[in-house]
Design a binder for this molecule. Structure first.
Ligand SMILES: [Zn+2]
Length: 280
């Protein structure tokens, strides 16, 4: 992870930063540098947790599970390529449920809300997670590793792919629509995830996938019918920039949570027929 994974992810981050600056998808409302700094500082405890706990603990558990022959993939000897595919599919599907729980369980939403309060969406949002969510996520990852019997190397391979997918679908990079439609047959893409960050609650409660779009298709939670310039990014009740300063974001999960309403009191809605095809 230190010698290959992190340099790879850093290069991807910088490449996406350049691409979204050169070919922007949604109109941004706030200064890029300002948001970069805020999201980066907010994620600093998260980075420390990833380095000190989120990887070392599940890796240690993966090694132990392998020795003890615990977990699905440790029971039978599969060819390596099958294990790679099974690991990525099982873990990505497990994370679909985890993301679902982050939205549906009020205690979890307190933490995930911080990620969604970003008023613009770009590659820096991919790092904007409250450290509480990272701690919860470490526990979930450890559990998934034991249940599925994920090996330590496979875990690192999955983790790097998962983080790369997270950087990609949060980016504000405008891909030609036909290219994105093809990619979106398999992957979660920037337009698809953009709809997940909408202030319309029904749209936020869709597109929970990270790597593959199939799980949302399976659960009928896939929405691709909203044009990007019709999406307002953020959480309805948290629209004021001065309420989203670093200090306020750190304590947000421990404060009373607001209802999903705009500061004016109205509930954002949209009348639109669901369409299957991804729109501009
Ligand atoms: Zn979410």
């Amino acid at each position: 992870m230190d010698y290959v994974g992190n340099p790879l992810l850093t290069c991807l981050f910088l490449a996406l930063l350049l691409l979204q600056w050169r070919f922007p998808l949604r109109r941004q409302h706030f200064k890029v540098l300002h948001r970069l700094v805020r999201n980066f500082v907010l994620s600093l405890p998260g980075f420390a947790i990833v380095r000190l706990a989120m990887l070392p603990i599940p890796i240690a558990i993966a090694m132990w599970a392998q020795l003890q022959h615990i977990g699905l993939l440790n029971w039978i000897h599969f060819p390596t390529w099958t294990v790679v595919i099974a690991t990525v599919l099982l873990m990505d599907y497990a994370y679909w449920w985890w993301h679902w729980a982050m939205h549906m369980v009020p205690f979890f939403w307190r933490f995930h809300n911080v990620h969604h309060t970003d008023l613009d969406l770009d590659v820096s949002t991919a790092a904007r997670f409250h450290f509480g969510e990272m701690i919860l996520s470490t526990a979930f990852l450890s559990l998934a590793v034991v249940v599925f019997g994920i090996g330590p190397i496979m875990l690192v391979v999955f983790f790097v792919s998962f983080e790369a997918a997270t950087l990609f679908h949060h980016s504000n990079w405008r891909l030609p629509i036909y290219v994105e439609r093809i990619l979106n047959l398999i992957l979660v893409t920037p337009r698809m995830h953009g709809i997940h960050h909408s202030i319309v609650q029904r749209e936020t409660n869709s597109n929970w996938g990270t790597m593959f779009c199939w799980w949302d298709k399976l659960h009928r939670t896939l929405r691709r019918d909203v044009p990007q310039d019709a999406v307002t990014i953020g959480v309805a009740a948290y629209r004021e920039e001065n309420e989203l300063t670093l200090g306020k974001l750190f304590v947000m999960p421990f404060r009373e949570q607001r209802e999903w309403r705009l500061p004016t009191g109205e509930i954002p809605e949209r009348d639109q027929k669901p369409a299957e095809e991804l729109v501009e």
